[in-house]
Design a binder for this molecule. Structure first.
Ligand SMILES: Nc1ncnc2c1ncn2[C@@H]1O[C@H](COP(=O)(O)OP(=O)(O)OP(=O)(O)O)[C@@H](O)[C@H]1O
Ligand SMILES: [Mg+2]
Length: 656
């Protein structure tokens, strides 16, 4: 290479993509979308084979003479081997192969011996079908990759190379300069002190059989992801059981944490941990996310466990939620069909009315206090020093006192024991003569009346009803320790940049779903609220395992989870969802998913669905056939095509 060419090559990344030593053949048919490559066994052998789905590059220029290359030719096509294709004279050669095989007398004799050298040479040739992934070219001194081919010469016979090492590294880690600039701006806007660096997640792997192309450590070409692709974006992690989805999710959590730490920006992360594998280390995989970031992780569970916060709400304080859970449990208990007072209670509303409507607001306070007394009667552990307070007019106070002389004025606060006595007395007084409010309405409304009957296990005619006992099965769903609504508390942790793990591996599935949804809705609504008031919402990443349960196909797009997936981006909420089946996911969410990690899929139907997205169709066969753990086909926002990657095993000791 002369000096001028050396200089040109130094200033252009283009010649670096073309490695003369890795020559594999020529194109013999070129179109806009695909090319056919003529190669032979000797060329293949020299590059240690050409695996299915391998990247190839094709160009007409000689990298040694790059300076003198005509401008028209200064481009490199990026190809993917998608199959083999016949050569024009293949039929003749097949006949020769069959003839010579039949001519063999001794089964140990080599077939080659029966063919002449010229034919032998011809037999070695074969065709490769390649799809064009794009065109590399230089603009303003920067390497660009267009996602197609602009023009082609019918007469061109491009030379084809199998990129390895540095050339392959450049290809698989290429980030479009426009996208890089945009990401830099976003990073600045987010207050990041430094631009997040690309992070290695694994290395290139073409086929399950990795005897040659991944044999030597130095042949492994790292694949990096651009962390900014994931913030406020949607990421799908798909594949059969035990093929490494959770491993990928763990890697991402740690990548995001690393970015937050290095850039000095808080990024809250919340993991819906269905199997408890992020909250606790398991036998096979030592070290969990919680072990790795002990100072930055808050774990929640539905049962009281040391080291975990409780996910349950406090029914005494989150009255609406508590009542809703009781209703849900009772409605599912077919054996106990609610009737009479219980039915009235279940249909009651505990939503706070407008404070301006004084009469209605007072009635609501009485109803809530009666409900709290009922909870206590049913054995729901009360928060410490809990008191109920509400106002009653003089007529009511006098009547109650007449029924039970020890009853005090509730406006000064009543303990729950006193509240039970008070309401029992109220029921008695009200039965004797209906108590009225100052406006002449019944002071004890229908709903409160039903609660009072339940408190004493009698209907208005004094006949036994199951009353407060129907609440007993809901006791597990209540936690007396929580002062704040769980969603508020979780959100505060996220704003502080913590990793919140909801360990959903224990507890009732129905409750799990309810609470999960409630927390997701809280995150969405709070961030949306911040956004609407013109402020910047915090960066939040939500990781969901077994996502089909929450983001399933049949869901209305207006439901919490699909909305979060669809609109979350606007409010800086990123979503990573892992599931086994492509078809089980909400199609609208898939259509809006920017990043994809796909491991083994076991049936044609699923692959067909996946093939609708990007260039995943190139991997349809390989996805079904190759069952290797961590062998993923990865498409990220910054990369215009799918890259086959062996994902590295998550290593808790190697913090990003
Ligand atoms: N890239 C990898 N390299 C090596 N081992 C891996 C890799 N990914 C996962 N594993 C191991 O394979 C096993 C299964 O991985 P993982 O739990 O991530 O799979 P999964 O797809 O989440 O499974 P499931 O559908 O059951 O949740 C684990 O023991 C894990 O350590
Ligand atoms: Mg998993």
């Amino acid at each position: 290479m002369n000096v001028v060419n050396k200089l040109a090559a130094k200033h252009s990344a283009l010649p670096k993509l073309v490695q003369q030593d890795n020559f594999v053949g020529w194109t013999y048919q070129v179109g806009f979308d695909a090319v056919k490559v003529l190669t032979n066994d000797a060329f293949k052998r020299a590059v240690r084979g050409i695996p299915h789905n391998a990247f190839l590059v094709a160009t007409s220029f000689d990298p040694e003479k790059f300076m003198s290359v005509d401008e028209f030719e200064q481009e490199v096509l990026l190809l993917r081997v998608v199959g083999s294709c016949p050569l024009p004279h293949d039929n003749d050669l097949t006949r020769i192969k069959v003839d010579s095989a039949q001519a063999i007398k001794d089964k140990f004799e080599m077939v080659e011996k029966t063919t002449d050298t010229l034919t032998q040479g011809q037999i070695q040739y074969g065709g490769l079908e390649c799809r064009i992934l794009g065109t590399f070219y230089m603009q303003d001194g920067v390497l660009h990759l267009g996602s197609d081919q602009e023009t082609f010469s019918a007469s061109a016979r491009l030379r084809v190379f199998r990129p390895k090492g540095e050339a392959l590294r450049l290809i698989v880690n290429h980030v479009d300069p426009t996208r890089a600039a945009q990401a830099e701006e976003l990073a600045k806007a987010a207050g990041m002190a430094t631009m997040p660096e690309p992070i290695r997640i694994g290395d290139v792997r073409y086929t399950s059989t990795a005897r040659l192309h991944r044999a030597q450590e130095e042949e492994l070409v790292p694949v990096t992801i651009f962390p900014q692709d994931f913030l406020a974006r949607r990421t799908a992690v798909l594949g059969m059981s035990r093929t490494g989805k959770s491993n990928t999710v763990k890697t991402m959590v740690s990548v995001v944490k690393g970015v937050a730490d290095k850039s000095g920006v808080k990024i809250g992360q919340i993991i819906y941990d269905i199997n408890g594998e992020y909250a606790n280390a398991n036998q096979q995989d030592k070290g969990s996310i919680a072990d790795m970031f002990p100072q930055h992780t808050v774990r929640y569970r539905m049962v009281k466990t040391p080291g975990f916060e409780e996910m349950q709400n406090n029914f005494y304080r989150q009255v609406v939620e508590g009542h809703a859970i009781i209703s849900k449990i009772l409605s599912e208990d077919k054996a106990n069909k609610a009737a009479g007072d219980v039915e009235v209670f279940l249909n009651a509303s505990f939503e706070e009315p407008d404070q301006a409507d004084v009469g209605e607001h007072n009635r609501w306070q009485v109803r809530v206090a009666a409900f709290q007394a009922l909870l206590y009667k049913a054995g729901f552990e009360a928060p410490e020093n809990f008191k109920v307070r509400f106002k009653a007019n003089q007529g009511v106070l006098d009547a109650v006192k007449k029924a039970n002389a020890s009853c005090k004025d509730p406006s000064a606060g009543l303990t729950l024991d006193d509240a039970i006595d008070w309401f029992v007395a109220l029921r008695k007084a009200n039965k004797e003569s209906a108590l009225k409010s100052s406006s002449g309405k019944d002071w004890v409304d229908t709903e409160t009346d039903a609660i009072l009957n339940m408190l004493v296990n009698q209907n208005k005619n004094g006949i036994y009803i199951r009353g407060f006992k129907v609440l007993v099965p809901a006791r597990d769903y209540h936690s007396p320790r929580r002062a704040q609504e769980v969603g508020d508390e979780v959100y505060a942790h996220l704003v502080a940049g913590k990793i919140v793990i909801l360990d959903l591996s224990v507890g009732d599935p129905t409750l799990r779903e309810r609470l999960s949804k409630q927390i997701a809705a809280d995150i969405f609504n709070k961030s949306m609220g911040t956004f609407i008031t013109g402020k910047t919402p915090p960066n939040v990443m939500i990781f969901v395992e077994e996502a089909h349960n929450l983001l399933g196909r049949g869901m209305e797009i207006t439901e919490t989870w699909p909305r979060l997936a669809k609109e979350g981006s606007k409010y800086r909420i990123g979503l990573v969802f892992a599931t086994q089946e492509v078809t089980s996911m909400h199609p609208n969410i898939l259509a809006n998913t920017e990043n994809w990690f796909v491991t083994h899929i076991n049936n044609a139907n699923e692959v067909k669905e996946l093939a609708k997205f990007y260039d995943f169709a190139d991997f349809s066969d390989s996805l079904i056939q190759a069952q290797d753990v961590g062998f993923a086909r990865v498409k990220t926002l910054s990369s215009p095509f799918v890259i086959p990657v062996q994902i590295s095993k998550f290593d808790p000791s190697a913090r990003q």
